[in-house]
Design a protein around this ligand. Structure first.
Ligand SMILES: [Zn+2]
Length: 582
């Protein structure tokens, strides 16, 4: 067995996908969830644990576990292979035949980040890190938290990493693309981060892909310096702390979004773990989609200042567009989340969290501050302000319910508010692609399932396929042809083997057959397979009978008596054979 096969047989696709997508059991071997590759509110994404594939009937993507990892991580085949092998402790063969130059560059950059993280941690513990340690002390960050978050310190030399990368024999062009060093005009290299408290940024698998560095000296600008984009760090896709928080996010079915690294660390250290940070950049659609895979319920807890409130306001529309349920959490006393946890304690923070308001109440409160509700103009402006958020709700009933609530909350005559909302929130056209209409016969589906299940004695069924009269007329004929081709080529008939040979339309059909509820009801035994095959044979004979009858009619109409008699004789033989009921 080659390594790819070996790996695929030792990892469970439902487990792997389950790390990224909340899956619900939909049948003995089937799971369903919201597709991570397109925006949707009702699940059209399925995973089949028996046949080890995933399929979305919304956007059409599908394939095996490697394809899934490639797509969700945006990595090459080799990297997906390597990542799965590492995660499941399967030793990878030394030969790196799958690696291309791009993959090797990325691997080198990952390694440089490991080196850097180690160096930063060592610095923080050394004499050079005294100021950084003092800062952490002042912020009440314990040693345990420092270690849990891998915090470090970049020294003042500006050459430490450059030297280390040279010693480790990284090629200069790899070092330049790694984001950790900069290049002067004279071509010399320097460490990008100097005299800063270092926060490693991880991808969802927990690998370090970048750093945020906080200035320690007054006047050092910018206050926060982040890694530039590199082949392994795409800012708009990354959320700080997601790899640590994701299991808790699922467990609580809720995620808390804060603004800064220190907030995420402080809230986590207080024992409230489903928290992530947007790293100071405006929230992106890709980040929201990454979150949505774990929970659709989000509590936005930004800083209490005007900038924080504006950022929250901007985030709301994006979150609603992606179908998230949004609450806004406000902290009293002008404290940010980190300070609040330290000064008031975890219990007080949790109380605020549980009492977080639905976003529209929060927006309405904001609107009340901005507009004068005593004047008609004020009310109209207020409605205009609130409308976009209401329109973003994709569910019509929910939209109307929110409009009602808003009306009540801001105390404007419900009629006027509702009219405005009704008119403006006119039905949106939801983009939903229906599950392809399956026109397959039940016996056709049954036979396919038996053929794909590795049922003992299945060769007998494969052998009968080429002689099956009705085959050419079946919607799944190309799938049956692929079965025969795989079998004759000495291969095992599996979902993968067929999937790779089929055109997209037939790939949908195949996935549909295996993911249907019927598939759960009937066991894929040889006896059942034979029964389906016989039923298809009968269908073929019925077809032939119908055809003979019509030809007889034609001959009679044309006055060709000998031909009509000959055909009638043929019909008689067919009917006597018992293949068709007369
Ligand atoms: Zn999809």
């Amino acid at each position: 067995m080659d390594f790819v096969e070996q790996l695929k047989s030792s990892v469970d696709i439902a487990n792997v996908v389950g790390e990224y997508v909340r899956l619900r059991k939909a049948g003995p071997n089937r799971y369903s969830g919201l597709c991570p590759f397109h925006s949707e509110k009702t699940p059209s994404f399925s995973v089949h644990a028996g046949h080890q594939f995933f399929k979305c009937f919304g956007c059409g993507v599908g394939g095996d576990v490697l394809k899934f990892v490639m797509m969700i991580e945006g990595v090459s085949f080799y990297e997906a292979l390597k990542s799965l092998a590492e995660r499941y402790g399967i030793p990878m063969p030394k030969r790196s035949e799958y690696a291309d130059a791009d993959t090797r560059l990325r691997a080198a950059i990952f390694q440089m980040h490991e080196t850097a993280a180690q160096a930063f941690r060592a610095n923080l513990a050394s004499a050079a890190g005294a100021d950084a340690r003092a800062y952490l002390d002042r912020r009440g960050v314990s040693q345990e938290t420092v270690e849990a978050f891998g915090l470090g310190y970049s020294d003042r030399s500006g050459r430490a990493l450059v030297r280390q990368f040279q010693q480790q024999n990284f090629a200069p062009e790899q070092v330049e693309q790694g984001g950790l060093v900069g290049k002067r005009e004279d071509g010399s290299l320097y460490d990008r981060f100097r005299n800063r408290l270092m926060f490693p940024i991880h991808n969802e698998q927990g690998k370090i892909i970048g750093f945020g560095g906080r200035a320690l000296e007054a006047g050092d600008e910018p206050k926060y310096l982040n890694s530039p984009e590199t082949p392994i760090y795409k800012k708009s896709y990354v959320l700080y702390n997601l790899h640590r928080a994701k299991s808790e996010i699922r467990k609580e079915d809720r995620v808390i979004l804060v603004e800064g690294y220190m907030d995420a660390i402080g809230v986590t250290a207080a024992g409230i773990r489903p928290v992530i940070a947007s790293c100071g950049t405006a929230l992106t659609m890709q980040q929201v989609q990454a979150l949505k895979r774990h929970s659709q319920r989000i509590v936005v807890n930004f800083d209490p200042d005007a900038a924080g409130a504006n950022a929250a306001e901007r985030s709301i529309n994006l979150l609603l567009e992606e179908g998230m349920q949004v609450r806004i959490m406000e902290l009293d006393g002008g404290l940010d989340p980190d300070e609040y946890c330290k000064q008031r304690g975890a219990a007080a923070y949790r109380e605020r969290l549980d009492g977080a308001k639905g976003y529209f109440y929060w927006l309405a409160d904001r609107a009340r501050l901005k507009f004068d509700t005593k004047t008609t103009e004020g009310v109209v402006s207020m409605l205009k302000f609130l409308l976009p958020a209401v329109q973003k709700i994709s569910d019509r009933l929910e939209r109307m319910a929110v409009a009602n609530d808003v009306a009540g909350y801001i105390g404007v005559a419900p009629g006027a508010v509702l009219d405005t909302f009704r008119r403006a929130a006119a039905d949106r056209q939801e983009k939903t692609i229906a599950r392809p209409k399956e026109s397959l016969r039940p016996d056709e589906k049954g036979l396919l399932r038996v053929l794909l299940s590795g049922t003992e004695g299945g060769e007998e069924l494969v052998a009968s396929l080429p002689g099956l009269e009705v085959l050419a007329k079946l919607p799944a004929r190309r799938i049956f042809e692929a079965v025969v081709a795989v079998h004759n080529g000495g291969g095992v008939v599996t979902f993968d083997a067929l999937h790779s040979r089929l055109e997209e339309e037939d790939q949908h059909l195949l996935a549909g057959v295996l993911l249907s509820e019927e598939a759960d009801r009937n066991e894929a035994t040889l006896a059942y397979g034979r029964q389906c095959l016989e039923s298809l044979e009968r269908a073929g004979a019925q077809d032939r009978r119908a055809e003979l009858k019509s030809r007889i009619k034609q001959a009679e109409r044309a006055g060709d008596v000998p031909e009509a008699l000959r055909l009638m004789q043929e019909l008689k033989i067919l009917e006597r054979s018992g293949e068709v009921r007369a």
